[in-house]
Ligand binder design. Structure first.
Ligand code: UT7
Length: 331
């Protein structure tokens, strides 16, 4: 029985910080509203002219450096993103080229905020097949490139960042133990980008109407996020015979602190076991979960039971039971 295990992690967030105070100068909002309703204090912004691949390249380069893996031995680079640099080619092709993974095939996975979980399961299945030994899953978004800074209901929410993991085979009982993924396409109307795709290509009108940015009916999405994310995580815990005592870490998508708290409460897991960095980075979409793993790496031990959970546009959502593969931070 071959399992797929994460054997290293890299991450990158841009240096530029956009605070709640900065946002309150753009739209009618306050630091207090954003902090109490969402849990965000500040987020990072990638400069103009740079795409998601820039962050992916930094994250993958760090991963290569920390693990010592030879990039020529990487067989696939899978990038989960909604904000690829260009409609085509993929961000993964750019990341693979600029990180020296030149023997790898590359493709993007578009699972919105649940994208990392979709890509992780995809990569894990290549490893489990026995045909592949080294796969990089990189996930993140330049959400500020699709944010409307005249809309107070969405502009405080998003930030930019990327994480990357190396997947390798093992015969030990560690790694990606179980995955539950779901999609409900009826969620379309509540969370989408109106123009820029084949249905409504860019036009002067679409630009004037801010149709190239996130459209979200927040309250509606919130309701579904709370129940679907918690349900998925609870199902994964239950069907693997785990109790709340067995869960060492909950790694939730960082969209709203209230959604994170609801998920942790549903699992009966205390606050100190829940990874939260939304206050620093906001919602980086596919980037949130790998960025949490990246920041918590030094606290993780081999065999720790992690429950990952995410929810996003589509609606897409899911949960992963991960048994961590190594002790502490890789140099
Ligand atoms: O990651 C992908 C999936 N996305 C999510 O999971 C996001 C889910 N949704 C949410 O996190 C929350 O719904 C939001 C953070 C987007 C909004 O929070 P909320 O508590 O649901 O607020 P609301 O939309 O119900 O609005 C409450 C009030 C409204 O005023 P009235 O109608 O009660 O007078 C809004 O106009 O808050 C007002 N409001 C604001 N006030 C100050 C909305 N945005 C702001 C703002 N500053 N930025």
């Amino acid at each position: 029985m071959i399992n797929a295990v994460i054997t290293g992690i890299g991450g990158y967030v841009p240096n530029e910080v956009l605070t709640n105070e900065d946002i309150s100068k753009l739209v009618d909002t306050t630091d207090e509203w954003i902090l109490t309703r969402v849990g965000i204090k500040e987020r990072r912004v990638l400069g103009e002219g740079l795409g998601t691949s820039y962050m992916g390249i930094q994250a993958v380069n760090q991963l290569i450096e920390k693990t010592g893996v030879n990039p020529k031995e990487i067989e696939a680079v899978i990038c989960a993103t909604t904000t690829s640099d260009y409609p085509f080619p993929t961000a993964a092709s750019i990341i693979g080229y600029h990180t020296g993974c030149t023997n790898a095939f590359t493709f993007d996975v578009q699972g919105a905020c649940a994208g990392f979980l979709y890509a992780l399961e995809t990569g894990a299945n290549y490893i489990r097949s026995g045909h592949y030994k080294k796969i990089i899953v990189v996930a993140g978004d330049k959400m500020t490139s699709i944010t409307n800074y005249t809309d107070r209901t969405t502009c405080p929410l998003f930030g930019d960042g990327c994480g990357a993991v190396l997947l390798e085979p093992t015969t030990e009982k560690i790694g990606i133990m179980d995955t539950l993924l779901r999609t409900d396409g009826s969620g379309f109307s509540h969370l989408h980008m109106k123009a820029g795709g084949s249905a409504h290509p860019a036009s002067h009108e679409s630009v004037d109407n801010h149709e190239h940015t996130v459209y979200q009916e927040g309250k509606h999405v919130f309701k579904y996020a709370v129940s679907y994310m918690a349900d998925a995580a609870a199902e994964v815990v239950e069907r693997n015979g785990l109790t709340n005592e067995d869960v060492d870490w909950v790694v939730p998508h960082q969209a709203n602190l209230r959604i994170i708290d609801a998920t942790a409460k549903r699992l009966g897991v205390s606050e100190d076991k829940v990874m939260v960095n939304i206050q620093k980075y906001g919602n980086t979409s596919a980037g949130t979960i790998p960025l949490c793993l990246w920041e918590w790496e030094d606290k993780l031990k081999k065999g720790d039971n992690l429950i990952l959970a995410a929810f996003g546009a589509g609606f897409t959502w899911g949960s992963v039971y991960l048994k961590w593969g190594y002790d502490g931070k890789k140099a």
